[in-house]
Design a protein. Structure first.
Length: 372
């Protein structure tokens, strides 16, 4: 890597760069003392940060503040919901995050089309083929492809089939990228994560429909209306609140990010006919591009781009020293070699057109080199 150059960060779906205003607020709150559960003035001041943040998160998704429970992140939110369904019928999309896949090993998978969208016909068939499911989990935006899932239709179909069926949607990769309305989606649970919307890591929220109950995952103190024990991460929560507000305010700027992503894909398509863009024909969020390069494995591409100063990721997971093909791409019909050749490039609020131009150049150089 040219050490004079600042590396370019294109891995926002792994974690987004925090907005400076959020860093400033988190730093300020960390400098103050007070447990949000204490009754004295210090505690009340900390409590105000938490409650203001609850309103900011609620506003982003159009719910009432008491429907928002703060926790340590989306993984915890998902585990909280799923721990109440251990011995019940659950349908989940085949492309869910591992937090869902591993919390519900007994679940039945709803297939996706080759465009990466949940297959509604297959879903209806699964519904009809057994007892009504207790829970359905379909993410709103897939983290690897950016493909937007028809959660509203899924909730409608599910509840027409059986009004008792509950629906959880993981909206981690949707927040700040598309408008969100929890009630309009018809879901009963939603999970969010601060660090994917330019907030701090290690803080998230579980949103629930009023009247729906869920099991307590963390035992201990009576925080969060006795629904999530553990001292509040006041600074993190305050940061999440501001990040949620800024995510909502900056939604229009997503058009610029989408233009950059589209330029990137068009230039790569022009440069090589070996590139395959996963999910390109489906509705997608504007920041994500998942590009397979036939004949070149993703780890080699990753290292080559890293040396040139570009941080991207692959969907493959490393387990016991071996790279496993992405379950998302294989669910879309990619074979193992194809899935193992795919890179995920994810842009964000701080990405510039100069960075994308430089990335395109580096990608072309890499593609040429890896073909010879
Ligand atoms: N769901 C999706 C779609 C994600 O992309 C991630 C993060 O990678 C998670 C859940 C887990 O979120 P957290 O890091 O807040 O536990």
């Amino acid at each position: 890597m040219d050490m004079m150059k600042t590396p370019v960060y294109l891995d926002y779906n792994a974690t987004a760069r925090i907005r400076p205003q959020v860093i400033e607020l988190v730093r300020k709150v960390m400098g103050e003392v007070g447990n949000a559960s204490s009754v004295h003035g210090f505690g009340r001041a900390a409590r105000k940060y938490v409650e203001d943040a609850r309103t900011q998160v609620a506003d982003l998704i159009n719910v009432r503040a008491p429907q928002v429970i703060f926790n340590s992140g989306a993984t915890e939110g998902i585990n909280t919901v799923l721990c109440g369904f251990k011995d019940k019928r659950i349908l989940i999309s085949a492309i869910e995050h591992p937090a869902v896949l591993e919390s519900a090993p007994h679940s039945e998978k709803i297939p996706v089309t080759e465009d990466g969208v949940v297959d509604l016909a297959a879903f209806e068939k699964l519904l009809k083929d057994g007892a009504p499911p207790a829970l359905i989990c379909v993410m709103l935006v897939n983290s690897e492809t950016g493909v937007i899932q028809p959660v509203k239709e899924i909730a409608e179909i599910a509840k027409t089939h059986s009004p008792e069926t509950l629906v959880m949607t993981d909206a981690v990769q949707a927040a700040g990228r598309i408008p969100l309305d929890f009630n309009d989606l018809g879901a009963d649970f939603m999970v969010l994560s601060a660090h994917k919307m330019a907030g701090p890591q290690g803080v998230g929220a579980l949103i629930f429909r009023e009247g729906v109950s869920f099991e307590k995952f963390m035992c201990g103190g009576g925080q969060e209306s006795r629904q999530r024990a553990g001292t509040h991460n006041t600074a993190g929560i305050a940061g999440m609140g501001l990040a949620a507000q800024l995510a909502g305010e900056n939604l229009p700027a997503y058009e610029d990010i989408t233009k950059l992503r589209d330029t990137l894909e068009n230039e790569i398509r022009k440069a090589t006919n070996r590139a395959v863009i996963y999910g390109a024909n489906a509705p997608r969020v504007g920041n994500t591009s998942n590009i397979g390069l036939s004949g070149a494995d993703a780890q080699t591409q990753l290292m080559s781009l890293d040396l040139e100063g570009f941080a991207v990721s692959s969907g493959s997971a490393c387990s016991s020293g071996a790279w496993k093909a992405s379950h998302v791409l294989t669910a879309m019909g990619a074979d193992e070699a194809e899935a193992k050749s795919a890179l995920r490039i994810s842009l964000g609020w701080a990405t510039t057109s100069a960075e994308i131009d430089a990335f395109i150049k580096a990608y072309k150089k890499m593609a040429d080199r890896l073909s010879s």
